[in-house]
Design a protein around this ligand. Structure first.
Ligand code: XUL
Ligand code: CO
Length: 442
């Protein structure tokens, strides 16, 4: 069999999703994602490094602030540990049928939680052994895991930035166990998303102390991870708001500043989520570019927001304009390194058929595969690069070159300015947008 099935087959009637090409009208087939197709010396699978997110696909049940669960998981069991093991079987069945080579999870997604720390540890390690067995049987790999230190009321005032040291230590217990599990499962990265690391009002907050505590905590996690043999990349996932009013890791630029301020740049990079970038008032491509310019692109949470809604809607990517611009940035970065494209995305509350998570992933994978092919063509033909190079040509020779090399002082520059001949040059945005459309549509 070319997919994993545990004791029970949960997605009966759905086989491994295959590539059929863009003329296919089969909803359960890829139209653009052809895993083994070579693009510039690498397969699509190697370029895109897709991951399935456990929390959305096997935990989020459609409940929202206005209504209860709508999505009925086929694996539900009343005993929490039996439920966790059945969920793992269903997850690996799904992952191998859809064909993402990786998966990602929080501790709370995979194992029954507990307020009692020792029970938490026991449960988590039991499930980790079960996950390892399924990884071995299926060849699915762990892109990253992370600690859920934001859902439990313990963490309502933050985790590493909590004003109460007892809570900081409880967060450390979870992060330590997550790093142990990461190394056991051969994780390629470890993620810190800010959760509630931020504040609601300055009236009760010492921001300086909280940021220093966060840096101290991350340094301790780095040191512990390296001491137990974690060789992957530590990732910080920026988000500007939600759940706190002011999240400390606001966007890529803020996060890179934080990483450098506290000397973490040799071990940490960013995990850029599309919908977090747009919440920060940027485009997805902007935050990717900020990272690639600083050598700080670690991984990507692949999703999209809603242009009219100002919150994190975590939709599956379908906007091929955005995926193309994202893939240009990623290809120019030389790829994602140890990172990947993790579908931190959920089906809508009213998408309730078991096949809907397959359709959602097919759409996301096809959108990025399409974006990859168009991006590679754009890079190969070099028209945009040529345009941009020409736009900055005045810095390639003469005084412009001396300026870039630091060989002019402000007085020199001002003297040149006295006699400078300034000729108006169009930025040609409309020409470039039309050109981009001709690649997308052509
Ligand atoms: C929340 C979010 C998280 C992180 C992992 O907005 O994106 O799911 O990706 O904790
Ligand atoms: Co995310």
């Amino acid at each position: 069999m070319d997919y994993f099935v545990g004791d029970t087959e949960y997605f009966k009637g759905i086989k491994k999703i295959e590539f059929e090409g863009k003329k296919s009208r089969n909803p359960l087939a890829f139209k653009f994602y052809d895993a083994k197709k070579m693009i510039a010396g690498k397969t699509m699978e190697e370029h895109l490094r897709f991951a399935t997110a456990y929390w959305h696909s096997f935990c989020a049940d459609g409940a929202d602030p206005f209504g209860s669960a709508t999505i009925k998981f086929p694996f539900k069991k009343s005993d929490p540990m039996e439920n966790a093991l059945a969920k793992a079987d269903a997850a690996f069945e799904f992952i191998t049928k859809i064909g993402t080579p990786y998966y990602c999870f929080h501790d709370a997604d995979v194992a029954p939680g507990s307020e009692d720390a020792r029970t938490y540890e026991k449960n988590y390690h039991l499930v980790a052994d079960a996950l390892l067995a399924r990884q071995k049987a299926s060849k699915v790999k762990l892109l990253w895991n992370t600690a859920n230190v934001f859902t439990h009321p313990f963490f309502m005032n933050g985790a590493a930035t909590n004003p109460d040291f007892a809570v900081v230590s409880r967060a450390a217990l979870q992060v330590k166990n997550c790093l142990d599990v990461n190394v056991q499962l051969g994780g390629e990265n470890y993620v810190f998303w800010g959760g509630r690391e931020g504040y609601m009002t300055l009236l009760n907050t010492n921001m300086k102390r909280e940021r220093e505590h966060l840096a101290r905590f991350l340094t301790m996690a780095r040191d512990y991870g390296r001491s137990i043999g974690f060789k992957g990349t530590f990732l910080i996932e920026p988000k500007p708001m939600e759940p706190t009013k002011h999240q400390y890791d606001f966007d890529a630029a803020t996060t890179i500043g934080f990483i450098r301020e506290f000397g973490l740049q040799d071990d940490f990079k960013c995990n850029i989520e599309a919908n977090h970038a747009t919440l920060a008032g940027h485009t997805f491509a902007h935050d990717l570019q900020v990272c690639t310019d600083s050598g700080m692109l670690g991984s990507v949470d692949a999703n999209q927001g809603d242009n009219q809604n100002g919150w994190d809607t975590d939709e599956f990517p379908s906007n091929v304009y955005e995926t193309t611009l994202a893939m240009i940035a990623i290809l120019k970065n030389g790829g994602l390194g140890t990172g990947g494209l993790n579908f931190d995305a959920k089906i809508r509350r009213n998408s309730t058929d078991p096949e809907d998570i397959f359709l959602a992933h097919i759409g996301g994978m096809d959108s990025f595969a399409f974006g990859l092919e168009v991006a590679q063509k754009i890079i190969d033909e070099g028209v945009f690069d040529g345009f941009i190079k020409e736009r900055y040509a005045s810095f390639d020779s003469g005084n412009g070159k001396l300026f870039e090399e630091g060989k002019l002082n402000l007085g020199d520059l001002a003297s040149l300015g006295r006699d400078a001949e300034i000729i108006q040059k169009s930025g040609k945005q409309e020409y470039l947008q039309n050109l981009l459309n001709s690649y997308l549509l052509g």
